[in-house]
Design a protein around this ligand. Sequence first.
Ligand code: ATP
Ligand code: MG
Length: 637
Amino acid sequence: MPNTLPHQITSFDEYREVYQRSVDDPEAFWAAEAATFTWQKPWDEVLSWNFTDPEVRWFSGGKLNITENCLDRHLVDRGDQVAILFEPNEPGDEVVRLTYRQLHARVCQVSNALRELGVAKGDRVCFYMPMVPELAVSVLACARIGAVHSVVFAGFSAQALADRVNDADCKVIICSDYNRRGRKNIPVKEVVDEALAIGCPSVETVLVHRNTGEDVAWDPSYDCWFHEAVDQQPTDCPPQPMDAEDVLFILYTSGSTGKPKGVVHTCGGYMVYTAYTFRNVFQYSDGDVYWCTADIGWITGHSYILYGPLLCGATTMMFEGVPTYPDAGRFWKVCEKHGVNQFYTAPTALRALMAQGDDFVEGHDLSALKVIGSVGEPINEEAWEWYHEKVGKGQVPIVDTWWQTETGGIMISGLGGLSPQKATFAGYPLPGIQMALVDKNTGEELTANPESGLLCVKFPWPGILRTTWGDHERCRNTYFSTVPGMYFTGDGARRDKNGMYRIVGRVDDVINVSGHRMGTAEVENAIDEHPLVVETAVVGYPHEIKGQGIYAYVILSPGQHDADRLREEIIETVRHEIGPIAKPDKIQFVEELPKTRSGKIMRRILRKVASGETDGLGDTSTLLNPEAVESITRGRI
Ligand code: ATP
Ligand code: MG
């Protein structure tokens, strides 16, 4: 049984050479990477594709099971190495360390339990669980028996949960009794019961993990305790042979641009792509402790807490709690406690911690850090500098990783400390990724540097989405129709004279002021230059004379401020940074911005508030902070 890891690039020159090779002959390049894994049967064809239908198939005819590659093949060399390191919400509570051998045994037990409940290959299983080891174990168990997992963040409303369960016709929901978040225990099973009351006709069983042990309502016709179903099961379960193109999971996007899409990923390509990108972007070496702070309910958790790291035999940490409990120093305390070598988080968390002051980060021993990463949205310069200076002590390379639920894995990023780094630039595409900038008006590819345009991909990579669940036309229409022959990301980007990419933001976040088009991100960056500004969101609103006016929501650093004077100063800053055309017409100071769970500003809500349409704000239940909406509406100018 081969037990090799993806090829690890070790210099920037090598990156250039490998990149060229991956473009000259993508099939040979990816076939060589795929050959490092365990296949039950080799593939017949490396790739067949068209971006019209679209149809993309990698490693067709090949048979594999991703968990055999995450678990079984590591047992010989690293059976006693920690696979999952669990840091609980309560700092004094016991840290759980699951070795590869223990994880393998536990995954097999849950696999057997699921089979006993009648879950078979192709059935869908929904997860609504906190960040506890049983979540990781059960997701892998699904994959082991060929069931399709659909993880829903355990903070979404009953309605949001029911919508997702019904969209995928899930047969089982796996949940916990309660969820620990900082000082609070939040009911989880209760929300599942509410979802079932709304109506989820496909659900036959609710498997309940006892987490806090508090009381829950119980209906024996469908409720079943996790420990009762699992604990007596045999610790061995043969992995279900899967076709490379069988569905591995469905994951709903955050919905910041509309109704969430059920993005579908398949077994073979996703495996190869997440392992390759994990190893290269984080430059992971044996023995390192890697920590990604995302939730598994988000693609980052799928690809870079679970699959990528486990495929590479890494030690991956799961954190149950929140960054501000017991105080805003928790992340850094945990890094120190476990000697974290690679740390991966989101700009929204960094900005929140930055606003609490430097005392919380200073005084911690962060000397084990080798790479620190950012994901989820463009990182503004101020947050980048803070991350670099305070966390990275001016030394540790930052990888600003651009990618999407749909891409399966990281697409544009530095490779650890090998690549040149530049604040707010994600950098160069990874090997195998053929990015393009396209002119919005002509649809032509822009090949010169510097240049800016629609961010597209010209050629398939193994981690690309295959469809959107139950609605292939939506997949075609959303990603493959804007620029014929290319995958369109929905983002706009700029390439500098050296070919490094900077993500400007979503293309639909463009405002047209008196005929001048500008990205809202550009105006936000300008406002952020003011020393008292912590965060900004800019949207357009109907304006009688200009067509669209600029409405800015601004969060200030704590303290007493003279609002009128600050407004003038902010306008002056924008005038200086961009020009008078970009100066905001209205500036509203706010405490918080409405955010999705993955840290994105919910702009459709801000646009409605700015336009005065405060009645039809739509579903706000998937927000991290629904209360922000009300205070913003009240303070509208
Ligand atoms: P929906 O598609 O439903 O609106 P979403 O796009 O918010 O949801 P994700 O797939 O989690 O859901 O987010 C991907 C988007 O996040 C990218 O298209 C991009 O706009 C943004 N993004 C992610 N990482 C970065 C980054 N490093 N720099 C800039 N933008 C990023
Ligand atoms: Mg998106």
